[in-house]
Ligand binder design. Structure first.
Ligand code: TXA
Ligand code: MG
Length: 366
């Protein structure tokens, strides 16, 4: 990995919330006005960095993003370097208002506009045909572009002040867990970017749902907080899930016929330093197996970490999963044992997709 060599400014903008903005703008609460002024000044500095071709880490409702001017090929090139990201993995372009989808996308379908009107701002990335103005490095050479309007006031204000759409992958070093807390983003990006904007912990905690809108039926390429069923319900038509995801979630040794269409899905991903196994089965059996493996490994001198969410507590699992991986790594774990979640629910399916990758598809069935 390239040596870190940029002097990074770390700005706390955690006061820049809907609530404080309202207190300042509607109630003219003096304390809130001060807070918003201070945060706005920091956001302006960050927007200047983006406009001049630099890198800024910023919070969103899903995970922290590592942003650059999406129209500036040199700036986007810096993203790949800072993350150590393979050049064939496209970035998501973030916009500040729904109609800005026209800046990067063309030939938009009625379904795309419908989903934008229902789910934006929110954790939904739509892959559409790209406009020629979007440089090929931003989309890793694809003729399509992923676009998203994040549901986070600081992210929206940053994009808006920058005056350009912001290309932003998750702000982790390539292959590692996405950052859901400011300190995670700092741990990975200090010395690699000009500014890190630190907000509250990410509200959702896993990345956006990526859906390909260029086929006749939309296809979910990466599951997320919004499920294929959520999208289908609004569209009144079928939304498919890419076959590689279904196979992967069903089979432990994921021998899929079809390569994943979302290029980012094929890499080792979201992985802790520690070796990791998922234990799957009825809950009491899972708990017994985890206890057995834990004592076995501890006797051999390994440090064992356990991740055991309630199997239907998808929202907390999504919120805490990446943070848990980092916490166990920081504690020096050699081995992580994680209880599988119920995949029946859309969010359970999405979190299990991340968990399977983190564990390199190591599953023990009991
Ligand atoms: O929630 C999120 O989406 C976060 C925040 C920062 O917005 N961003 C994020 O970006 O997760 P990243 O780069 O870590 O993941 C982008 C995913 C990858 O799986 C990539 O392959 C896929 O989106 N993607 C982007 N553009 C695409 C395209 N044109 N066609 C297919 N997949 C695309
Ligand atoms: Mg990522």
């Amino acid at each position: 990995m390239r040596r870190a060599n940029v002097k990074t400014k770390i700005f706390d903008i955690s006061n820049y919330t809907e609530e404080v903005i309202r207190k300042a703008d509607v109630d003219f609460d003096p304390e809130a006005v001060d807070m918003i002024e201070d945060a706005t000044d920091k956001l302006k500095q960050a927007a200047n960095v983006i406009a001049k071709g630099g890198l800024v880490v910023f919070p969103t409702e899903t995970v922290y993003g590592l942003g650059a001017n999406a129209f500036d090929p040199a700036a986007v090139g810096k993203i790949y370097k800072a993350k150590g990201r393979p050049a064939d993995n496209p970035t998501i372009v973030h916009i500040a208002r729904p109609s800005d989808i026209y800046l990067t996308g063309r030939d938009l379908t009625a379904s795309t506009l419908k989903l934008a009107s229902v789910f934006w701002p929110g954790p939904l990335t739509m892959v559409v045909h790209k406009r020629p103005e979007v440089p090929s490095i931003t989309t890793a050479g694809l003729e399509t572009v992923g676009v998203r309007l994040p549901d986070h006031p600081a992210a929206i204000e940053l994009i808006s002040m920058s005056g350009v759409p912001i290309a932003a992958p998750s702000a982790n070093l390539s292959g590692g867990p996405s950052p859901t807390k400011g300190r995670h983003a700092i741990a990975d990006m200090d010395g690699r970017v000009e500014i890190i904007l630190v907000g509250a912990d990410s509200r959702i905690g896993i990345e956006s749902t990526v859906v390909d809108m260029t086929a006749s039926s939309p296809v979910v390429l990466r599951p997320g907080f919004l499920s294929a069923a959520d999208l289908a319900e609004e569209l009144g038509k079928d939304v498919k899930t890419h076959s590689s995801l279904v196979d992967e979630n069903e089979a432990s040794n994921a021998d899929t016929d079809e390569p994943p269409k979302s290029p980012g899905m094929k890499y080792r991903h979201y992985a802790p330093e520690a070796e990791m196994y998922i234990i799957e089965g009825k809950r009491p059996d899972v708990e017994n197996e985890i206890a057995r493996l834990r004592s076995l490994n501890e006797k051999e001198g390994r440090k064992v970490g356990v991740i055991l969410f309630d199997e239907k507590d998808y929202v907390d699992a999504a919120h805490d999963f990446y943070a848990k991986l980092r916490e166990l790594d920081d504690a020096g774990s050699d081995l992580i044992l994680a209880g599988a979640l119920d995949r029946g629910d859309g969010l359970g399916f999405a979190v299990m997709n991340r968990m399977m990758r983190s564990a390199g598809h190591h599953v023990i069935r009991v």
